[in-house]
Each structure stands twice: as structure tokens, then as C-alpha cells.
Design a protein around this ligand. Structure first.
Ligand code: CP
Length: 310
């Protein structure tokens, strides 16, 4: 069978299924096991072009590090203010130009629908690295890979997702992705930050979930606790943000209530929702998760760029 990912855009996690996740996970395992010399053949002479219209640490740098590890190079715009966007150039023209200079594009943009639109005008495959409040598909891929590696399975797990479920795009991609597995999901948020009603129906078709506001109530049941930041930048009203800021805080006291082998994940960046004291406990997997971000993105790039896969 051919390589599904060759020259494909990655816009929504909803375009992928369990079999395709397995292809990426197996490619990731292979890449991790390869020697640096073998790995450097996977994108030798290829260029990744990144366009980041919103801030990023992990996504942009892990894509760059991944491309370097595959023997390729990266060029890009890390700050829209330093590009001709500042002079009024459109997203469409910026994408068209970048696709002349690159073999694969990575876009982060504040508008919902931006990646799908950009993929239509790009002559090269485009990866969505975060589009508005909508989706962050490569985050969901690394999240699933982290669960699979750290818990040795995904089916059968009880997963708590806590924090800003209204604006956190990582949550939407994760829930759509989890719809491919037999998991028990519990969503915990302040009432004002519940998952958006327009997405609830679609998610619930494949992933029945419970909702509540109290984290401690079910803390002893979770195999995975996925913590998210309250997304200050997406609130129109500072007073509304002040009302929900600091709603959930995971400290050492909370760990005593969790299963001994539970793991805590977070897409990062974190503010105060996980105390730094938790970082050195066996529960904390958020930095490992960020490491897997580089590995899974390297696998995805290698699959997109190599017709025969890896
Ligand atoms: N998780 C994530 O997308 O982090 P960055 O915003 O730093 O890329």
C-alpha cells in the first residue's frame, strides 16, 4: 500500500484515523531507533518553511529541530511584524511566496480556517501548527503518542481534561483524536470555559464524555490528567479572564489523591496551573511530551516528504 501522507496537507486531526495514527507512531519509533546518519537521509536537501503569526516556543522549534535531524533546513517568519505582512501583504500571497522557497510549510495563525485556506493557495503541502481556537493537529498526534508510550496503551484509559476547554485548541484536536479509541473522558472546567456547544455534538458522536467543574471529585479515577492553560489572549474582556484565572492548581497535595501510576500531561506553556514542585515527580510527563513533539513531527515530515514512507 502507498504512503498516505506523501505530499498531504495536515489541516485537521479529523482527517486521520486510528490506522493513520499507527503509521505515524510506527514511523516515530523507527526514527528514534535510527542512527543520526540514517535519519539525515530522510529530508536531505529539503526545506521547511514556517509562518508563525502567533507566538510559539515548542511547535516552531520542534519542527525546526525535527527538520535539522532529518538532514533538511528551515526558513521562516517567527514574528509577523518582521515580514511584509506588516506592509499589508495578504496571507495568501505570503503563503504563495513561501511555497516557492520550501518543500513543506508549517503555519500558525490566529484565525479559524486559516490553515485550510492557506493549503488551498500553497503549491506545497502545509501543516496546521495551530489555527485560531479551532485545532492544533500535530499537538494531538504527540499527545496520543505520549499516552501510548507512557501508559503502553490508549484503549481502556480514563482521561481527565481540565482547564480552558472553550478556547484551548489543543483540547479540540485531542478529543477528536480520542474519538478513535475506547476511552472514558471526563471534562472539567469553570462553567464559562466549557467545551463549545458547536463542537460538542460532533465530539459526542464518537466520544461520550462527562462534564463537571470540580477537579478533586474524580481525581482518584484518572489514568491521565491532561491540564491546560486558561488562554488569556483569547478573552475579549479582562474582567472575564480575572474571574476564571487560577481556577485549577495541581500541587503536591493533589498528587496524593491520584492513582500511583497516573500521568499528568500539559501541552505547555503553563502558567500557575501546575506547581513546579510536581515537575520532579513520576506523575509529570509534560516535558517528555514536548520531547515526543520533536520525534512525532520528524516522523510526519519524513512521511510527507518521502513517497515510500520510512
Ligand atoms: N504546545 C504548544 O503549541 O506550545 P507553543 O505555543 O510553545 O508552540
Amino acid at each position: 500500500m502507498g504512503n498516505f501522507f506523501f505530499q498531504k496537507d495536515i489541516i485537521s486531526i479529523r482527517d486521520l484515523d486510528r490506522e493513520k495514527f499507527d503509521t505515524i507512531f510506527n514511523a516515530t519509533d523507527k526514527i528514534i531507533a535510527m542512527s543520526p546518519n540514517e535519519r539525515r537521509e530522510l529530508a536531505r536537501g529539503k526545506t521547511l518553511g514556517y509562518l508563525f503569526f502567533e507566538p510559539s516556543t515548542r511547535t516552531r522549534l520542534s519542527f525546526e529541530a525535527a527538520m535539522a535531524s532529518l538532514g533538511g533546513t528551515s526558513i521562516g517568519i517567527a514574528d509577523a511584524l518582521s515580514s511584509s505582512t506588516k506592509k499589508g501583504e495578504s496571507l495568501a500571497d505570503t503563503v504563495r511566496i513561501m511555497s516557492l522557497y520550501s518543500d513543506v510549510l508549517v503555519l500558525r495563525h490566529q484565525l479559524d480556517g486559516s490553515s485550510r485556506f492557506a493549503a488551498e493557495v500553497s503549491a506545497k503541502p502545509l501543516i496546521n501548527a495551530g489555527s485560531g481556537t479551532e485545532e492544533h493537529p500535530t499537538q494531538a498526534i504527540l499527545d496520543l503518542y505520549t499516552i501510548r508510550k507512557e501508559k503502553k496503551k490508549i484503549d481502556g484509559l480514563k482521561i481527565g481534561v481540565v482547564g480552558d476547554l472553550k478556547y484551548g485548541r489543543t483540547v479540540y484536536s485531542l478529543l477528536y483524536a480520542l474519538g478513535n479509541y475506547k476511552v472514558d473522558v471526563h471534562l472539567i472546567s469553570p462553567p464559562a470555559l466549557k467545551i463549545r456547544a458547536d463542537s460538542t455534538y460532533e465530539i459526542q458522536k464518537r466520544l461520550p464524555f462527562k462534564e463537571s467543574t470540580d477537579l478533586e471529585e474524580n481525581l482518584d479515577e484518572f489514568d491521565v490528567l491532561y491540564v491546560t492553560r486558561i488562554q488569556k489572549e483569547r478573552f475579549a474582556d479582562a474582567e472575564e479572564y480575572a474571574k476564571v484565572k487560577g481556577s485549577y492548581k495541581i500541587g503536591l497535595d493533589m498528587l496524593k489523591k491520584m492513582k500511583d501510576d497516573a500521568i499528568i500531561m500539559h501541552p505547555l506553556p503553563r502558567l500557575d496551573e501546575i506547581s513546579p514542585e510536581v515537575d520532579s515527580t513520576p506523575y509529570a510527563k509534560y516535558f517528555t511530551q514536548a520531547q515526543y513533539g520533536k520525534d512525532t513531527r520528524a516522523a510526519l515530515l519524513a512521511l510527507i516528504l518521502n513517497e515510500k514512507g520510512i
